[in-house]
Design a protein around this ligand. Sequence first.
Ligand SMILES: N[C@@H](CCC(=O)N[C@@H](CS)C(=O)NCC(=O)O)C(=O)O
Length: 237
Amino acid sequence: MSQTPLTQSTPYTLFYVPDSANLVVRIALEELGASFAALLVEGAGAASRDAAFLALNPQGLVPVLVDFHQDEPLFETAAILLHLSEQHKALQPAYARSRGRYLKWLFFLSNTLHADLRGLFYSDRYVADVAAIPALRRGLGARVVRHFTLLDAEMARHGGPWLLGETLTTCDIYLAVCARWAQLYPRGDGLASDVFANLPHVHHMLKTLEQRPAVLRACEQEGIAGRAFTVPQYPLR
Ligand SMILES: N[C@@H](CCC(=O)N[C@@H](CS)C(=O)NCC(=O)O)C(=O)O
């Protein structure tokens, strides 16, 4: 792993693996117009990370964000998003009275939707017997559809176009990347894209978000072509 090129003018370094949870953070950084360096993390999977990376995140997981102004590296996607939205006073609700709503959905995305997706992607780590994997995946797949259905109902309640109503927040970015992965992974066995076609509010949000210049820039940097959320393709590299 190379040295972290941190300076006052480039305060952030994002450690990444293409199309992993760092995509959420990269999009947020692009939306914020923040200056950051991105460093590719070598190795296939957490178990193969080198000592320098494990010093940043002992779990070996990406994303990790190093912030020049913080005493320790940040890991956990939702924590990074919350930190960035507070630092930049952007990608968060416009009104203080909506802060509770922002927090509850950000935590839902992290500890329920993303956590269930991890069970789908890394199923062999969740069962002692590989024969149990298909049943685990069926159960988690159904849960994931229910989570997106709940998110669609929440958008309908507030009239969209974003999860919290009129303001784009980090929740939308996190939700959209989860929707992308849910269709692509496990490789060749993701959710059918018509799941989202049948969730009109989520679908409209995904379509709107994937056309934003910040999202297009982030996807290009990760080797992701086309419509990242509604017609997702595997990364080119
Ligand atoms: N709870 C963590 C999960 C991060 C995570 O699952 N990272 C995956 C990539 S999307 C990873 O590093 N996987 C490598 C591995 O587990 O071997 C977060 O929210 O950041």
